[in-house]
Design a protein around this ligand. Structure first.
Ligand SMILES: [Zn+2]
Ligand SMILES: [Zn+2]
Length: 204
């Protein structure tokens, strides 16, 4: 039995706020479920590969039921607004590439300009209010727009990046904490963890 797809307000509750990024992720996940006719995944049948770690990913987690802990959300932080959904049952995959021109800019250039000001803390309270109103109109538009105007959508070969489940651990020579071998770095011939090696990335 196909369960109803979670609503956008469920996604807002999960994410903590409504924003264009969340709305975009919501549309992708909703469409993927409809097209793959997959249920919200309870048993890892549906795999999502996300290529950024921004707001939209939260909608995908909620709507598609994919999470890092279950192993069916694969985060490849390439900084791209690209999402691939793989249905392991039917062995089909759909890839969503967000259209290049920022959607908010296309829908409402004024909101886009105001956004800059708000982000830089340079907006007056009247401008902030105007931005909020325009932004929620932009979100409403995203939720109703034809999906093809938001994403380039293609069926692709279902390829799940291989990930070994169990890794050996090594001890960091600096802090003494254990770290999975494939995440460790080597400094002066000794294993060290990423924070101790001076790499300040987020570890992905
Ligand atoms: Zn957000
Ligand atoms: Zn360390």
């Amino acid at each position: 039995m196909i369960k109803p797809i979670k609503s956008y307000s469920d996604a807002v509750a999960f994410h903590g706020h409504s924003c264009p990024g969340l709305a975009l992720g919501y549309r992708a996940a909703e469409y993927a479920l409809q097209r793959l006719r997959a249920d919200r995944s309870e048993d890892e049948d549906l795999v999502a590969i996300v290529e950024n770690d921004a707001c939209g990913v939260d909608a995908i987690q909620l709507v598609a039921g994919c999470s890092v802990g279950k192993g069916n959300l694969i985060l490849q932080d390439f900084g791209k607004h690209v999402y691939t959904f793989i249905d392991r049952k039917s062995n089909r995959a759909i890839r969503f590439v967000q259209r290049e021109e920022p959607v908010i800019q296309r829908i409402d250039p004024v909101a886009s300009a105001l956004r800059e000001k708000v982000m830089n803390g340079k907006a007056t309270s009247a401008e902030q209010k105007e931005f909020q109103e325009r932004q929620s109109a932009v979100i409403d538009t995203i939720l109703k727009m034809p999906i093809d105007e938001l994403f380039i959508i293609r069926e692709v070969k279902p390829e799940i990046p291989v990930r070994a489940k169990i890794f050996a651990s090594v001890q960091c020579a600096i802090c003494g904490e254990m770290v999975a071998e494939h995440r460790a770095r080597v400094r002066d011939g000794k294993f060290v963890c990423m924070p101790c090696s001076g790499e300040y990335g987020r570890g992905w």
